[in-house]
Structure formats: structure tokens, C-alpha cells
Design a protein around this ligand. Structure first.
Ligand SMILES: [Zn+2]
Length: 430
């Protein structure tokens, strides 16, 4: 048997190995330490996130139900008045800009004749302000106006704005224009006449007798549609699938995520927003080459036969047992698309489909789950966690119906407010 270090070279080599062994063990200790530190950092970040979530529960939640009721009433009024003399289909695009207060709600409408027909107008934009048709009702905004639960004292001749902030000026303006504030019975026919009297006054009011609500139409003081160039109208679907010749910037996706998250609570379960809603029902306008991402419109088709009225009927995902609330899951898909800037269908792997390439009831859910890490890496944990809640449906509530107030509050706190905070952080407003 030979001693191990008779040869000086073998001793040197063994020493090097020994020295490396010591170095390696120190290196492994460092790695362990780094892992512990990373874990601590992650815990601290999580704690900060939960504290932020806690903060959002103290923030004032907007009165989305009031907006939702007014938007439903507006749809009924439009459906009632658009096809009196014109039987062509109309596309109606609705934008609900974030109001400065619950009493300052206004809608933006872009009406559009999709088909070339013998009409004097192709598209028209209007600002709509809901009003109570009852006297002195809800001037201070009690949230019951739209539901028609007021005193029952009716006065068809008197019109009062429901917005307390602007009530003085708007009422004066409305009262001052006399006959031009008359009720509009035939909207499509009237638009031609309105165009020749373009001014900053109320064009007239649409009435929804079922809710004691009226909707005053104004020419917008700051139009979204640029009338000096081509219409510049495109769907989010066209943008995501690169059919529009341009793509969204990160800032534009942040604006869209904020507005579309709030859209769920403003418009769920109304004719504007079915459970299957998504990129093809979202219309954007361009001013020059700039996409007006702060003003996404929800598009609905209105036809003379009401049974065919509503959104386009696109299917964005298959319903299945894993999806607890389809409207919220649809938002999750949309938020994934905005983050990864691709249509969701292109992100589903062949292994998540059936062998024949079709989707099954778990395909969309599994694909969305898989993409959550990618969303985290791309947009950060706050955005990622909001998407995670939409996809998994985890809101720590007994019910997952948006008809339930507690669930709506949880969706607001866990998704809408978080997406807003994420955007504030991105734009340096936090
Ligand atoms: Zn028409």
C-alpha cells in the first residue's frame, strides 16, 4: 500500500481539491444564506401586499351599482329609439369614463351604421348624462334614482339633473334651451337634423319610462372621435392579433387594464356585457397614430328585432367546473392578454387541448393557471395577484355571484383597486 502523498504533485493536487472543498462548502453556505434572505424578502413583500390590500378595504368604493342601473336604462332607451324609422343594424359603443364623483356620472356614446345604406350619417358621438325625471329626486344622489324607488310623485314636465356637483349649471343650461331639450322619439332620424345645428347644447332627452329615468344627449365638448381624419376605429382583438399594423405600449395596456377592470362592476349582467366578453367587443379610437387607451368602448349591436340585440356572441373560453364566476374569469383572460399582448387562444399549448386540437372544458383554465407565473414576471406581483384571483376565483367569499354585495366588494378590493394601484405605481402617481 502506498502513502497518498509520496509524490509532491499528488499532494499539491489533493491540497487543491481540499481547498476547493472548503471553498465549495463556504459557497453552499452563502447560497443557503441567499435563499433565506430571498425568502425573507418575499415574506416582507407579501406582508406589504396584504397591508396594501388592507388599505384598499378602507378606501371609498365607487357606487358602481348606480352606474350599472343607468347604463342598463340607457341601453333600453337606445333600443327603443334607434329603429323607429331606420331598420338598419346599428353598432352602439359605450364608454364610462371614471367619474370624479358618484354624482357626476356621464357616458360617452359612439353610434355607428356598420353598413353602407341610404342614411345621412355614418357615425355620431354624444355625451350622455342620466337624469331623474322625478322632481327634486336624488339631487344629492342617494343611489335609488335609477331603481325608481322614490316618492312616486311624478312630474313629466320637469327635468332635474341627478348630479349635485353640476346641478346648477346643467339645469340652467337645460332649462335655457327650451324646445331643443324635447324628448327624442326617433334617434336615428333625429341625428341628421342635429348635425345641422351643431352647438354645445342639449340635443334632447331619451326616456326610459320603466325606470323614471331620462338621458340627456349633448355634443361632447372634448370628442374622442377625431372628425378631421378617418374614423380610426379598431377593436382590441385586432390590436392584440397584430392585424391593426400597430401594437399597444405598456402604458396603454395599463390604462386599458384599469378601465376594463372597473367595467366589470359597472356593466356586469347588463345588455352591454355578457358573461363571455372580451377583446372583440372592446373598441378603441385613434387620434393620428395615438390610441386613446383611456377611453375603451364596449360595443353592442342593436337591430330592429330585439331578440337579436346584444353583444356579438364571441366565445372566449369554455365554461367548466373550475370557473366559479365567468364574468370575472373573462376579465382574468383579458388582463393576461393585455400583459402578454397576445390573444389568449394563441397562448394555449397543444398539450392543453384535446388530441384533435379542440379545447375541452379545462383547456382555458389550465392555460390561464400556467400563464400566471409569466404574468407575475412581466407585470409584477400586484398585477399578477389580481389576475390570479380572477382566474382561480379565490376571493374568500361564500358566494361567487356579482349579485352579492360582499363578493362585489371583494372583487373591487382584490382586483379593481389593485390594478388601479399598479397603474398608479407605473405612472409614478403612487
Ligand atoms: Zn340608422
Amino acid at each position: 500500500m502506498q502513502a497518498p502523498f509520496t509524490d509532491p504533485r499528488s499532494f499539491k493536487s489533493a491540497y487543491k481539491r481540499f481547498k476547493f472543498g472548503i471553498k465549495k462548502s463556504a459557497y453552499m453556505d452563502l447560497i443557503q444564506e441567499l435563499k433565506r434572505d430571498n425568502s425573507s424578502l418575499r415574506q416582507l413583500a407579501d406582508q406589504e401586499m396584504s397591508q396594501q390590500a388592507g388599505k384598499s378595504s378602507f378606501r371609498r368604493r365607487p357606487n358602481f351599482e348606480r352606474v350599472r342601473s343607468q347604463a342598463t336604462s340607457l341601453f333600453t332607451s337606445l333600443q327603443r329609439s334607434l329603429h323607429i324609422t331606420c331598420q338598419a343594424p346599428h353598432e352602439v359603443n359605450l364608454c364610462v369614463p371614471t367619474p370624479r364623483s358618484d354624482q357626476d356620472v356621464s357616458f360617452r356614446l359612439v353610434l355607428h351604421h356598420k353598413t353602407a345604406l341610404a342614411s345621412s350619417w355614418l357615425y355620431e358621438e354624444a355625451e350622455v348624462r342620466p337624469m331623474s325625471s322625478k322632481p327634486n329626486l336624488s339631487v344629492h344622489g342617494d343611489g335609488n334614482t335609477a331603481g325608481g324607488k322614490g316618492s312616486g310623485t311624478k312630474s313629466a314636465n320637469r327635468v332635474t339633473f341627478a348630479q349635485s356637483q353640476t346641478v346648477a349649471t346643467k339645469t340652467t343650461r337645460l332649462a335655457g334651451i327650451g324646445s331643443s331639450a324635447a324628448e327624442i322619439h326617433d334617434l336615428c332620424g333625429s341625428i341628421s337634423r342635429f348635425r345641422s345645428s351643431r352647438c354645445e347644447t342639449c340635443l334632447g332627452v331619451l326616456t326610459d319610462p320603466s325606470r323614471d329615468l331620462q338621458h340627456a344627449l349633448f355634443w361632447p365638448s372634448a370628442p374622442v372621435v377625431d372628425r378631421t381624419s378617418s374614423l380610426g376605429m379598431l377593436s382590441l382583438g385586432e390590436l392584440l392579433s397584430q392585424q391593426a399594423g400597430q401594437s399597444l405600449s405598456v402604458a396603454e395596456t395599463k390604462h386599458l387594464a384599469v378601465e376594463l377592470s372597473a367595467c366589470v362592476l359597472r356593466l356586469y349582467d347588463t345588455p352591454w356585457l355578457s358573461k363571455q366578453w372580451g377583446r372583440n367587443e372592446i373598441t378603441l379610437f385613434k387620434r393620428g397614430n395615438k390610441i386613446l387607451a383611456e377611453y375603451p368602448f364596449i360595443s353592442a349591436k342593436m337591430v330592429a328585432v330585439p331578440a337579436l340585440t346584444g353583444t356579438s356572441g364571441h366565445a372566449y373560453f369554455q365554461s367548466g367546473p373550475a370557473i366559479s364566476n365567468e364574468t370575472v374569469f373573462a376579465l382574468g383572460i383579458l388582463l393576461i392578454e393585455l400583459c402578454l399582448r397576445q390573444p389568449f387562444d394563441q397562448l394555449i399549448l397543444p398539450s392543453e387541448r384535446d388530441p384533435d386540437g379542440t379545447k375541452n372544458e379545462m383547456s382555458d383554465y389550465y392555460a390561464a393557471l400556467r400563464l400566471l407565473d409569466q404574468v407575475d414576471d412581466t407585470a409584477g406581483h400586484r398585477y399578477g395577484d389580481a389576475v390570479r384571483r380572477c382566474v382561480r376565483g379565490h376571493f374568500e367569499q361564500r358566494t361567487t355571484s356579482l349579485d352579492n354585495e360582499a363578493f362585489r366588494r371583494a372583487v373591487y378590493d382584490g382586483v379593481v383597486a389593485e390594478i388601479q394601484d399598479d397603474a398608479n405605481q407605473f405612472f409614478g402617481r403612487a
